[in-house]
Design a protein around this ligand. Structure first.
Ligand code: SF4
Ligand code: SF4
Length: 330
């Protein structure tokens, strides 16, 4: 991570961030596999989750240009085109926000080439990885601590995003960005200048009470990680897909658990008082299955439970042929 972030937020070094091994991108877990139940949400192999256009702050662009390689070539090509080339950095081109919003509504995220990131290589690696922006740096499709990990990363993203913006604006105040319509050479020189200046930027120039607040939010989210598995649990699934095993979702449509088909027999024994270990006796599920369901918040303390797949449609079950059937809660 660029030093300026670590100077502004030393906690990022002092406190270990979750490794998020479930989001190991070399073997993307969101690609379809033969074991998938019908209708599992998957991503297309040519894009995965990089169906997004990042905002790269001026100093991050300069850092990549300095490094050379494919990231720099792609940035230079972009600078030549003039699309989204601004003093604060490289941003999505005009009209992108609307295209992206429409695309997301129609299921383009994780699927469509027209929202593919311009910095994703043909071999599916991020060409600006070391200097990627706050959103890419903090996005994972699955979290070791489920919703608690997701909440932590949201606070890290907010803090990094704020610092990126502050540093980019600081560079603009200190320097002389090119005018609109300036040559590619002038823009390239500007981004390189920003990177060089920011290398030595002291935290005091950008940290104030607002950043301190973001840091406190981050620390508060950190303290919520690794919650102990309670003795009594209740179901709180958002969706489940039935195949040879049951594919269960809780806090996220991307992070799921696969458990034996007798899940519902086990759930029927969770009455809000009986310890789950007692309910597990004689079940095909084991303690690791319960821990995994708790991780994704498909099992939660009874006070947090809502066994309801959809607030409008109530309890429902998706059959292997994709149909939804309503369930009688009794
Ligand atoms: S973070 Fe993206 S590329 Fe990595 S495993 Fe998840 S969907 Fe795949
Ligand atoms: S910048 Fe890198 S991580 Fe972010 S969307 Fe593009 S290729 Fe993916």
């Amino acid at each position: 991570m660029p030093e300026v972030f670590l100077r502004a937020l030393p906690e990022l070094v002092e406190l270990p961030l979750p490794e998020e091994g479930r989001s190991g991108c070399v073997d993307c877990r969101m690609f379809a596999s033969d074991d998938d139940p019908a209708n599992r949400r998957t991503f297309a192999p040519g894009v995965a989750c990089c169906t997004y256009h990042p905002r790269l702050a001026n100093f991050l662009v300069g850092r990549q240009l300095r490094k050379g390689g494919e990231g720099a070539s792609r940035l230079l090509e972009r600078i030549e085109s003039g699309d989204g080339v601004t003093a604060t950095g490289i941003v999505p081109p005009d009209g992108w926000a609307q295209v992206y919003a429409e695309g997301r509504k129609n299921g383009a995220f994780g699927q469509a080439n027209f929202v593919r990131c311009p910095f994703l290589s043909d071999s599916m690696s991020c060409t600006v990885w070391a200097d990627r922006g706050a959103v890419c740096r903090t996005w994972f499709c699955a979290h070791d601590d489920g919703p608690r990990g997701a909440a932590l990363w949201r606070t890290v993203k907010a803090a990094l995003w704020e610092i990126e913006g502050r540093v980019a604006r600081w560079a603009i105040r200190e320097g002389s960005p090119p005018e609109d319509g300036a040559s590619a050479t002038a823009w390239t020189a500007w981004y390189l200048w920003c990177a060089e200046q920011v290398d030595g930027l002291a935290a005091e120039a950008i940290v104030d009470a607002a950043v301190e607040q973001l840091r406190d939010d981050m620390l508060a989210a950190w303290s919520q990680l690794d919650t102990k598995l309670p003795d009594v649990l209740a179901a709180s699934m958002s969706q489940w897909l039935v195949g040879d095993r049951i594919h269960v979702y809780g806090y996220s449509v991307y992070d799921s658990a696969s458990v034996p088909a007798s899940l519902f027999t086990f759930l029927s024994k969770l009455d809000g008082e009986r310890p789950w270990r007692e309910a597990l006796e004689g079940s095909e599920l084991d303690e690791a299955d319960v821990a995994e369901l708790f991780r994704i918040a498909a099992l939660v303390p009874p006070t947090h439970a809502h066994l309801c797949a959809d607030s409008e449609l109530g309890l429902r079950l998706q059959t292997p042929d994709g149909k939804w059937v309503a369930l009688d809660p009794e």
